[in-house]
Design a protein around this ligand. Structure first.
Ligand code: ZN
Length: 404
C-alpha cells in the first residue's frame, strides 16, 4: 500500500514528496495504521523497492491480501501522477466502504467517476466480475490497465490473451476491442488495438507504444481508430487451419467438426470458404470461428433447400444444441446473456453471408438460402477462394454494435 493514517487521522501518502530521514523520524514517533481496518502497518523504506506500507503479518484486513510487487506499486503511483499532471483530480487507494473495495486510483473525468485498477498479477475471472460489478453499483466506471509485464507477443501482430484480460478490453465507437497496458519500468503506455480473436487464447492485434508524457487520459478513453489492415495475417491463420487440420490434441469441438465433415465427405482442410471469418461478437467466443461457422453452415445446407426462406430463430435453434453440449463455448463475461449471445452470433454471421451472396435478406425480415456454400476441391483452391472472399469482407463495413 502507498497510503496510511496516523493515530490522529493524518493521512500519509507516498505520492507526496518525502525525504527518507523525515519518514524514518515519523516511524520512530508514530504508529502507521491501515486506513481500512486501522490495524498497524509497517513502513518499508528500501532502496530497491518502492517505499510502501504493509500489514503486520497475520493481521487480516477487509481488503483481501494481494501481494503488491514493486512494479505494481510504482505503476500505481505513476498513473496517479500522470492523471494529476493532466489536471485530472485523482485519489490514491481510496477505500469505498459500501462495496469494500479500494481502487488503485479513483479519478473524475468530465464529472464521471472512474476507478482505475492497475493489474499486474493474475486475477480470477470471478474476482474480476465481482469488483467490476461493485464499481457499477456505485455508479463508477472501472477501467482495467494491465501491467506491461502481462503483454505476450507471439509474433509480429499475434498476441496471447488470457483469462480476465479478455474482459478488461474496452471498445472504440466502431466496436473494435482494445486493451491498455502500462509498463512502470519503461514508463510507457501500450495500446493494443483491433483485437481480432481467433482462438480461445490468441488474437491478432496492433500495438502502439507511447511514452507517458505523450499519452493522455483522453486517448486512453477514446483512442484514435486504428486503420491497420489485419486481413493479410487473418488469411495466414485461415491457411493454418486448412493445412494443420487438426492439432495433435484436438479440442472437443474440433473432434466433433472432424466427425461431421467426414460424414459430409469433406476433407478437414476443405471446410467451406464462407466459414472462418472474424465478426465482432467473436470477442466473447472461445471456439475458433472456423469451427462454429462450419457447424452452422453444415446445418444450413443440411436442413434447408435452395431458395427456401428461413428466419434467424431457426438458425439459433440449430446452434443451441452445440452450445448446450459444450461444443461451442464462450468467455466468462458478466454482461452476457446466453440467448442474446446466440442471436448476436447468428445475426452478425448472417450479415456476412449476405455480403458473400449465400443468403439474401427478404423484406419481411426473413432470409432466403440463395446459393450453395463453397466447398473447395483442393486446399489450394480453398486458399484462392478465401482470398476473394477476403476482398469482399474488407469492403463490407464492420461494427454491428453488440448490445452490451
Ligand atoms: Zn487493513
Amino acid at each position: 500500500m502507498l497510503t496510511a493514517v496516523l493515530e490522529d487521522g493524518t493521512k500519509i501518502s507516498m505520492a507526496d514528496k518525502w525525504f527518507e530521514s523525515e519518514l524514518k523520524n515519523l516511524r520512530k514517533k508514530q504508529q502507521f495504521k491501515c486506513p481500512v481496518c486501522y490495524s498497524s502497518l509497517i513502513l518499508k523504506l528500501g532502496s530497491k523497492r518502492q517505499w510502501h506500507f504493509a500489514h503486520v503479518q497475520d493481521q487480516s484486513c477487509r481488503i483481501p491480501y494481494e501481494p503488491e510487487s514493486s512494479y505494481h506499486l510504482k505503476g500505481k503511483l505513476d498513473i496517479y501522477h500522470w492523471l494529476m499532471n493532466q489536471g485530472i483530480s485523482a485519489a490514491l487507494e481510496m477505500y469505498l466502504p459500501l462495496i469494500q473495495q479500494r481502487p488503485d486510483v479513483l479519478c473524475r473525468v468530465n464529472g464521471k467517476l472512474i476507478a482505475i485498477e492497475y493489474q499486474c498479477s493474475s486475477l480470477s475471472e470471478e474476482l474480476y466480475a465481482e469488483r467490476t460489478k461493485g464499481y457499477y453499483r456505485m455508479g463508477i466506471t472501472p477501467i482495467w490497465i494491465l501491467g506491461g509485464n502481462r503483454l505476450r507477443r507471439k509474433q509480429t501482430d499475434l498476441y496471447q490473451i488470457l483469462g480476465f484480460e479478455w474482459n478488461a478490453a474496452r471498445f472504440n465507437p466502431v466496436d473494435q476491442a482494445y486493451l491498455t497496458y502500462y509498463c512502470s519500468e519503461s514508463t510507457s503506455w501500450g495500446l493494443m488495438q483491433q483485437i481480432t480473436s481467433y482462438s480461445a487464447t490468441k488474437a491478432l492485434a496492433e500495438l502502439t507504444v507511447k511514452k507517458s508524457h505523450s499519452f493522455s487520459m483522453k486517448e486512453l478513453l477514446t483512442p484514435n481508430e486504428s486503420t491497420s489492415n489485419t486481413m493479410k495475417s487473418w488469411l495466414k491463420i485461415k491457411k493454418n487451419w486448412r493445412y494443420q487440420c487438426f492439432h495433435p490434441h484436438p479440442s472437443k469441438s474440433e473432434l466433433l467438426l472432424k466427425k461431421l465433415l467426414y460424414q459430409h465427405r469433406i476433407p478437414p482442410g476443405q471446410f467451406p470458404c464462407e466459414a472462418g471469418w472474424f465478426i465482432s461478437v467473436q470477442h466473447y467466443i472461445k471456439t475458433s470461428p472456423y469451427v462454429w461457422q462450419t457447424l452452422l453452415l453444415l446445418q444450413i445446407s443440411h436442413h434447408l433447400t435452395l431458395h427456401q426462406p428461413f428466419s434467424l430463430n431457426t438458425l439459433e435453434d440449430q446452434l443451441t444444441p452445440f452450445i448446450m453440449r459444450g461444443v461451442i463455448t464462450f468467455r466468462d463475461h458478466l454482461q452476457l446473456d446466453l440467448t442474446e449471445m446466440i442471436s448476436q452470433m447468428v445475426f452478425e454471421y448472417i450479415q456476412l453471408l449476405v455480403s458473400f451472396a449465400i443468403v439474401e435478406k427478404l423484406t419481411n425480415g426473413d432470409y432466403l438460402y440463395l446459393k450453395p456454400i463453397s466447398l473447395p476441391k483442393t486446399v489450394e483452391q480453398a486458399n484462392e477462394m478465401d482470398q476473394s472472399l477476403a476482398n469482399i469482407k474488407q469492403n463490407t463495413p464492420n461494427g454491428l454494435h453488440f448490445q452490451r
